[in-house]
Design a protein around this ligand. Structure first.
Ligand code: 2HA
Ligand code: ZN
Length: 274
């Protein structure tokens, strides 16, 4: 089968375009990666041709030999739907998890996303933690979430609690909470290490003054997670634009009741008295 005809490729394209339509991907902002199933690799491998091995910039031994579909560095999410073969690629990792080679896509040249170290280190953490269930890592620049990084304390507790309060579904959608990375230079191993540490605990990491990373099992869950966090951030931005005092909100005991009914466990460290 051709790569472009595969269902996972269509899912990848749709997610990238959905992100573009949300306004989360100005210019070449954001990146997306998908850890392919063995059956999916088998389905499309006749369409592969091997490029040269290149260093990843970090080591991910637990992903050795795996294949990933990833957006290209400098490529625009806006173009993914009309120029898929120019906008993203499939890479294979070597048997040590130190090098990659492009086996499909980026037909006009280029390399995988500048955030490849963060994507792969997050994939490695999530693969180990979820017994292989998680396959998608998504980075975008949603404006409301970014705006809050200028106003809220840059702590996991402040972001989790504020975003939980702004929409009742939030503690059910991300019960483990949200992590925050202080401002750092993007693209390198250092920010990848900090982000992957947070991914041990959470499915969402916010990069101060930059954007958000989300992890999940499939395209729907991962896009939906980013969408839910950003919607909640939008409600908080609107509220803070009217007043800095909430007349009423969801209280710690009400979160505890919600947790019981929806059978989620909410860490007590986010349910502090204000
Ligand atoms: O330009 O979003 O973080 C891609 C990015 C880098
Ligand atoms: Zn970015």
């Amino acid at each position: 089968m051709k790569v472009l005809d595969a269902e996972f490729t269509q899912g990848f394209i749709r997610m990238a375009n959905d992100g573009w339509e949300q306004g989360w991907h100005e210019r070449n902002g954001g990146n997306l990666s998908y850890r392919m199933k063995e059956s999916e690799v088998a389905e499309v491998k006749d369409d592969f041709s091997n490029g040269e091995w290149k260093p990843i910039g970090t080591t991910v031994p637990n992903l050795a030999g795996e294949f990933f579909m990833v957006t290209g560095s400098g490529k625009y999410f806006r173009n993914v739907i009309i120029k898929p073969e120019d906008s993203f690629c499939i890479i294979e990792l070597d048997d040590k998890g130190e090098n990659y080679r492009i086996v499909w896509g980026l037909v006009n040249g280029g390399r995988p996303t500048s955030e490849l170290p963060s994507h792969l280190m997050n994939h490695e953490v999530k693969k180990l933690k979820t017994n292989g269930a998680y396959r998608v890592i998504y980075h975008a620049h949603p404006a409301n979430t970014i705006a809050l990084t200028f106003v809220l304390p840059l702590t996991d507790e402040a972001f989790t609690r504020e975003l939980w309060e702004m929409a009742t579904e939030c503690p059910v959608v991300f019960p483990d909470g949200i992590g925050v990375v202080p401002w750092m230079v993007p693209g390198g191993r250092e920010i990848a290490v900090e982000t992957s540490k947070l991914m041990e605990k959470y499915d969402v990491a916010i990069w101060a003054h930059h954007g958000m990373f989300a992890a999940g099992e499939d395209f729907d869950l991962t896009f939906g997670l980013m969408h839910t966090v950003e919607k909640s951030a939008e409600i908080l931005v609107k509220t803070l634009s009217m007043t800095n005092v909430k007349r009423q909100t969801i209280k710690p005991d009400e979160f505890r009741e919600l947790a019981k009914d929806f059978k989620v466990s909410l860490p007590e460290r986010f349910l502090f008295e204000k």
